[in-house]
Design a protein around this ligand. Structure first.
Ligand code: DC
Length: 224
């Protein structure tokens, strides 16, 4: 039996996780946030005090690393690091930088690849990330490249941080967004890029409801 997979890739702050979670809910598919997996590895590197850019240091950690993902009764994907629920900790801005650094290391990507593929082999999924349509699920049923302008994405991220009580300056958030775009699209392995057969969806001028409707339409059209 084959399962439906919807691959959603795009830059930081395009609203991928919020939109992907909602369309997964409406379609009745499992939502998989792959960024959370890289963030968990980033948190691990931080806790172990290693330089997240150092391939040697990070690779030496992988043997002892236990990452698990589970959708709990609250309907949210929880991340576990060595059995500890780190779902909230991985959202700190510092972890964004660690996640970006470790995700540029080929052994880290190889280590996490099977875990991601297995999830799509056993159920219908909406999976979001940076390389889902290009590397993780090259045969995904539907591929979408979701984006918005850097300013719009930074503003969304800034508001989200404010709501969580994290009071970073907008200018700093924008600088981080631009820096992460650059890092994510210029790294050698699995750089952020639109798959040839992906549909481009720009949500700069759309609110959440309109973005969800747009993506659901794309999925329906692509599925025929
Ligand atoms: O989407 P996010 O901000 O939670 O992702 C955190 C980091 O992980 C980001 O710098 C890009 C990286 N990432 C990746 O390289 N590949 C993925 N499939 C998902 C995220």
């Amino acid at each position: 039996m084959s399962f439906v997979s919807v691959a959603i890739d795009g830059p930081a702050g395009a609203g991928k996780s919020t939109i992907a979670r909602q369309i997964a809910g409406q379609l009745g598919y499992l939502y998989v946030d792959t960024g959370a997996i890289y963030r968990t590895v980033g948190l691990y590197a931080l806790r172990k005090g290693v330089d997240p850019h150092s391939k040697g240091e990070v690779v030496s950690l992988l043997d002892g690393l236990q990452v698990r993902m589970k959708v709990e009764a609250d309907g949210i994907q929880h991340m576990y690091l060595d059995g500890e629920d780190v779902t909230n900790q991985i959202r700190e801005p510092e972890i964004s930088r660690y996640a970006s650094a470790v995700s540029a290391l080929p052994p880290v990507r190889a280590f996490l690849l099977e875990m991601q593929r297995e999830l799509a082999e056993t159920q219908n999924v909406v999976m979001d990330g940076r390389d889902i349509g290009t590397v993780v699920l090259p045969h995904a049923t539907v591929k979408i490249f979701l984006t918005a302008s850097p300013e719009v994405r930074a503003m969304r991220r800034w508001k989200e941080l404010q709501q969580r009580g994290i009071c970073d300056r907008y200018e700093d958030v924008l600088r981080d967004v631009i820096q992460r775009d650059y890092d994510d699209s210029h790294r050698e392995i699995a750089p952020l890029r639109q798959a040839e057969d992906a549909v481009l969806a720009d949500t700069s001028d759309l609110n959440l409801e309109e973005s969800v409707a747009l993506l659901l339409n794309i999925v329906k059209e692509r599925q025929g």
